[in-house]
Ligand binder design. Sequence first.
Ligand SMILES: [Zn+2]
Ligand SMILES: [Zn+2]
Length: 181
Amino acid sequence: MKKGVRDTLVFDMKDLRHEDFKAFEALVPAASIGLAYEEVEFIEPLSCAVQLFRQGDDNVSVVAGVETKVSVECRRCISPFEVDITTTLELLFTIGSESLEQIEADERYYDGETLDISEDVRQEVILEMPVWYLCSEMCKGLCSHCGAELNLGACSCEVPDESTVLDSNPFSVLSKMLENN
Ligand SMILES: [Zn+2]
Ligand SMILES: [Zn+2]
């Protein structure tokens, strides 16, 4: 690990005692801040560039750029593919303790000694995660009959007959019911 690169998102405020601004680099394993999923594999640690600005005596403004790379399975063709995740957080911490209302109002508190942005980064990365993973908008997925990967070429299954689709139309069922009455 490069000198000066940390592996945590917890900052000791003593580091900021004699300065108004300080920049940190961090490489944080995803699992260490509670990012662990079955469907998503983090193939790189979170690469974080964190800047702390002292505002007034005790307020600390935080700007954090976060980058990582995950591997997910396409929901249609089940091939794994990689997705880059990039996000930026801006937070303002003041000394105090959090109540539920304040957390909802997006206010952040710290005890004056250590400042922890792990939970904020965790939530922000979750928001950036693709919801419906597709390797491509054009992914054709798998044939529902034979399971062939249609991106690689058409299979020999027949396309469903148009007439069966029309028969399942609820209005045709309704009109039949009306006829019977
Ligand atoms: Zn796909
Ligand atoms: Zn097929």
